[in-house]
Design a protein around this ligand. Structure first.
Ligand SMILES: Nc1nc2c(ncn2[C@@H]2O[C@H](COP(=O)(O)OP(=O)(O)O)[C@@H](O)[C@H]2O)c(=O)[nH]1
Ligand SMILES: [Mg+2]
Length: 188
């Protein structure tokens, strides 16, 4: 039986390949996460840009799933999705009913997040951008990042380390606060 005191919220974690979606969901989830990963093949080579990502031998072809309960009985269901145009039908299925999306970005290749942000905007989902900080990624000021990503002034921008729980929780809270602020009007 569902617990009536709990608020269940679906959130999407989206971003280009290799940006840290699976890591973030694994870091956050209180249950063993579900992943559908498939070893990259030659067939994927022309479309999966692995230049500069040595050691990356798998790519998420479907979804990650995890769950996180926050104080106040707010239960977040996290769905990770590649957010690439070639997975558009899957994207629609995953994004349906979500309260918002956390779009991950990497400063070594910010433009790779544009396609994802477009898909999130087309879906009408409120979103926050989390820049996942990799050691060799250039650091930019929030102002520069906002300009490069062409962010609306209301859109939250946070830095995070997807391997670090506190930092990942902060990113999700930024998204949840923003999304709850932009809830669709309740139907009478
Ligand atoms: N240094 C660093 N490495 C990370 C971070 N997040 C992910 N990684 C690594 O980057 C690689 C790609 O991450 P993954 O979560 O598989 O990316 P996904 O394709 O978006 O699911 C993995 O080897 C992770 O261990 C981070 O915040 N910092
Ligand atoms: Mg993944």
């Amino acid at each position: 039986m569902p617990d009536p005191d709990r608020t269940l919220v679906k959130l999407v974690v989206a971003g280009p390949f290799g940006v840290g979606k699976t890591t973030l969901i694994r870091t956050l989830s209180e249950i063993p996460t579900l992943h559908t990963e498939e070893v990259m093949t030659e067939a994927g080579a022309p479309v999966d840009d692995i230049a500069g990502l040595p050691g990356k031998t798998t790519t998420t072809v479907a979804v990650d799933f995890g769950r996180l309960t926050l104080p106040g009985d707010l239960v977040l269901y996290l769905f990770g999705t590649p957010g690439q145009q070639r997975f558009l039908p899957l994207w629609h299925d995953i994004a349906r009913g979500a309260l918002g999306a956390l779009v991950l970005a990497d400063t070594r290749r910010l433009a790779d997040s544009f396609e994802v942000m477009d898909m999130v905007e087309e879906q009408g989902l409120p979103y926050a951008v989390a820049v996942n900080t990799f050691p060799d990624a250039p650091a930019h000021s929030a102002e520069v990042l906002r300009r490069h990503l062409d962010l609306h002034p209301d859109t939250p921008l946070v830095l995070c380390d997807a391997r670090d729980r506190e930092s990942s929780v902060d990113a999700l809270i930024a998204l949840a606060a923003h999304a709850l602020h932009h809830l669709p009007q309740e139907q009478p």
